[in-house]
Write a protein of this length. Structure first.
Length: 240
C-alpha cells in the first residue's frame, strides 16, 4: 500500500469527501485529490494535522505499525531531528503540539541516462518525514516550517561540504538565487544540488564543490529561465 493509498484510507475512515478532507487539513479539495493520485505529496502542516487527528505518522509514511497512534509515552528527543522510523515520537512531541514539526523528505534518485551518462531525476513520491524541534527551526534557522523540504544528497558532487547520504534542509520560500548560495534546483527534468553565483549580465554560474569531477557550467541569460530553483539549502546533517 502506497502513501497515497493510506491517505485515501484515512479520508474514508473519517467519512469525508476529498473537498471536506482538504478543508480539514488546511488545503483545497483539488490538492488533497492530487495526494491520492500521487501527483503531489503532503507538506509539514498537512502531516501535523493528521498527527493531531491521532494518525500514526510512521504508518502514514512507511505502512508499518497501526493507522491510529497508541498512547505509549514518548522518549524525549535532543535538539535537532529524529527519523520517523521511530514510532515513539508521540502526539505531545509532534503534530499540532508546540515542540516538534514534520518536514517531508524526498530522495534524489540517480539513474543512467543515454550513453551511460549519469543524470538525476526527481523522485515524486514522498520518502518519509523528519521531525524537527520547532524552536530549532524558528529560532536558529529562522525559517517557516511550512516552507521547508528535506532531501538526501545523492553523490559526491558537493564534497567536502556535503557527503553522499547527508540530509539537507531547503527553504522553498527562496525560489530565486539571491547572491551566492547552495540550492536544490531543476534544469529540465534534472534535479541537482549545486552552488549558484549570479552575474551582473544575468547569467548564472552553476558549480560543484567537487570541481575536479564536476566542472562548473555557465548558463546564459536567455537560458536562465530553465533554471527552476526549489529552495536554498540552510542546514545539513551527516556523518562526521
Amino acid at each position: 500500500m502506497s502513501v497515497a493509498e493510506r491517505l485515501t484510507r484515512i479520508r474514508r475512515f473519517l467519512g469525508l469527501s476529498q473537498k471536506d478532507m482538504g478543508k480539514r487539513v488546511g488545503v483545497s479539495g483539488t490538492t488533497w485529490q492530487n495526494y491520492e493520485l500521487e501527483n503531489a505529496a503532503p507538506n509539514a502542516h498537512v502531516l501535523a494535522h493528521l498527527s493531531g487527528e491521532g494518525f500514526d505518522m510512521n504508518w502514514v509514511l512507511t505502512g508499518q505499525g497501526e493507522m491510529r497512534k497508541s498512547a505509549a509515552p514518548a522518549r524525549r528527543q535532543d535538539r535537532g531531528f529524529a527519523e520517523l522510523a521511530q514510532p515513539e515520537l508521540a502526539r505531545d512531541q509532534a503534530g499540532d503540539a508546540p515542540s516538534h514539526i514534520f518536514v517531508p523528505r524526498y530522495t534524489l534518485r540517480i539513474v543512467e541516462g543515454a550513453g551511460g551518462a549519469r543524470m538525476r531525476v526527481e523522485e515524486r513520491s514522498l520518502l518519509d518525514a523528519i521531525a524537527f524541534r520547532r524552536d530549532f527551526i524558528e529560532t536558529e534557522l529562522k525559517a517557516d516550517p511550512a516552507r521547508l523540504l528535506a532531501v538526501e544528497m545523492p553523490d559526491d558532487s558537493m564534497m567536502p561540504t556535503f557527503s553522499a547520504g547527508d540530509i539537507l534542509l531547503a527553504d522553498t520560500s527562496e525560489p530565486k538565487a539571491r547572491g551566492g548560495g547552495i540550492y536544490v534546483l531543476t534544469i529540465g527534468s534534472t534535479l541537482l544540488v549545486r552552488r549558484l553565483q549570479m552575474k551582473i549580465d544575468g547569467s548564472v554560474i552553476v558549480s560543484s564543490d567537487n570541481a575536479t569531477r564536476y566542472p562548473p557550467e555557465e548558463i546564459g541569460k536567455d537560458d536562465a529561465a530553465s533554471l527552476n530553483i526549489l529552495g536554498r539549502v540552510i542546514w545539513r546533517s551527516g556523518r562526521m
